[in-house]
Design a protein around this ligand. Structure first.
Ligand code: ADP
Length: 418
């Protein structure tokens, strides 16, 4: 018999015994203690690509060459490696399993040889070359894929570990920052309270022995100023704590901004006049009715206007209520004060941040604008700072005319506007 005919006969022999070879392999793999992963797999899963691989081997024998069909065999071997990785095999288990398959085939090859005495020498050698070549390829391709999957998983795990590390690092940096802020806050508040208490203690001591009524009056005024400032500071701290804890609720209501403007236009010019400043502004009635939280809106205007009066030495402070675009209206506070340097215009909204160059010895701890910004955000608006030509500062607040939720609007419909 020629080599070719012998290989064909061997392929036919393997095909006849397909069931037997498969069962033998399954049985041995299950018995093998060193392949525990196989025990948890149902038969179908354990068989995996075996039927295809079986076909590839017999095809290669029929063709008489290991190179023909090799690509398809390699693809199935790779798929087998990948599958075993997904089935949680260890690499040694994969290797042992293929070794068991090779042994089962070799045993049947010997049986074939016993039945065909002419299957010796060159014929036997070339058949062996095909069979072993097939198994070597199966081992290389399946383990290469298996290791590639393992590597990819390690790579992915490494990448997630690095991402987690970066997050932890950023979190730590934030914690350090929070710690520093807390320290800064404690220092600022203690410093401010101590200054007022020192002034109060001093006044109380000298007042006891002050006989001149006009000097005594000045001391009383100083005492009153310090008490007002310390109480304003406490109020700001309480406001800020409420905002931080998320305890500030928005009470949406219908409101005519003109009424608020007129109300503020009584108090603010008086405060400006006391400092020798002019006070003016515009109240554009075309803004119409708005939905807002009146109390919060008043606090926003007061904070901005009082800052403008506080930091302006001479000139004018203006309060403008103007129509806006895209469903917004605009409230503007302008002054002719020292202005805010470009590089500080975002920082001023951070709590306890003061601009040393512009505060000019004015009282404060740097909480007003942080509170103002949060109140504006609660009303779904935003604040901008501009530097007008000729100096000074413009704070522009853009606020929605409607409440964001139709439900909230509906809830107050019927409430008479003020
Ligand atoms: P405070 O007035 O208590 O310092 P704020 O948070 O209200 O705190 O303001 C932060 C800082 O922004 C102020 O210390 C001041 O330096 C600057 N600032 C605020 N408003 C004005 C203004 N109208 N003109 C100039 N600087 C201002």
């Amino acid at each position: 018999m020629s080599d070719h005919l012998s290989h064909q006969a061997l392929a036919a022999f393997f095909c006849e015994r397909r069931e037997q070879i498969t069962s033998e392999w399954l049985e041995r793999v299950r018995e093998e203690r060193s392949i525990p992963a196989s025990n948890s797999l149902p038969r179908e899963e354990l068989m995996d690509h075996l039927p295809n691989l079986f076909d590839h081997l017999t095809d290669q024998l029929r063709a008489g060459s290991p190179t023909i069909q090799q690509r398809a065999a390699a693809r199935d071997a790779q798929a087998h490696g990948e599958h075993r990785w997904q089935q949680n095999y260890r690499l040694d288990e994969l290797l042992r399993e293929v070794a068991v398959l090779r042994r089962v085939f070799m045993r049947h090859l010997v049986t074939f040889q016993c039945a065909h005495p002419e299957f010796v020498g060159e014929t036997e050698w070339s058949a062996n070359r095909i069979v072993h070549g097939f198994f070597d390829g199966l081992l290389i391709d399946s383990t290469t894929e298996f290791v590639a999957r393992q590597k990819q998983e390690l790579f992915d795990a490494n990448a997630s570990l690095e991402a987690a590390n970066t997050q932890i690092r950023q979190f730590n940096e934030r914690l350090i920052e929070v710690d520093e802020r807390r320290l800064h806050m404690l220092r600022t508040i203690s410093h401010e309270v101590r200054n007022h208490l020192n002034a109060i203690t001093f006044v109380v001591q000298v007042l006891a022995s002050e006989a001149n009524p006009s000097t005594a009056h000045e001391y009383y005024e100083m005492l009153s100023r310090n008490l007002v400032e310390i109480s304003a500071l406490m109020n700001q701290l309480l406001d800020f704590a409420t905002l931080l804890s998320g305890g500030e609720r928005v009470e949406w209501e219908r409101c005519n901004p003109s009424h608020l403007y007129n109300e503020l236009a009584l108090a603010l010019p008086e405060m400006a006049r006391n400092k020798g400043l002019a006070f003016g502004g515009t109240n554009d009635p075309t803004i119409g009715e708005i939905f807002t939280d009146r109390n919060k809106l008043r606090r926003i205007v007061m904070n901005l206007a009082m800052n403008a009066i506080k930091y302006t030495r001479d000139g004018e402070v203006r309060l403008n209520f103007l129509p806006g675009v895209d469903g917004c209206w605009v409230l503007e506070v302008t002054d002719t004060g020292p202005g805010i340097p470009q590089e500080e215009r975002q920082n001023i909204f951070e709590e306890f941040h003061r601009v040393a160059a512009t505060t000019g010895g004015q009282p404060g701890v740097g909480l007003g604008l942080a509170i103002t910004k949060q109140l504006i955000e609660l009303l779904r608006g935003r604040i901008e700072v501009h530097a007008p030509e000729g100096g000074g500062t413009v704070f522009r607040v853009l606020l929605p005319r409607d409440s964001p939720e139709p439900r909230e609007r509906a809830a107050v419909l019927g409430t008479p506007g003020d």
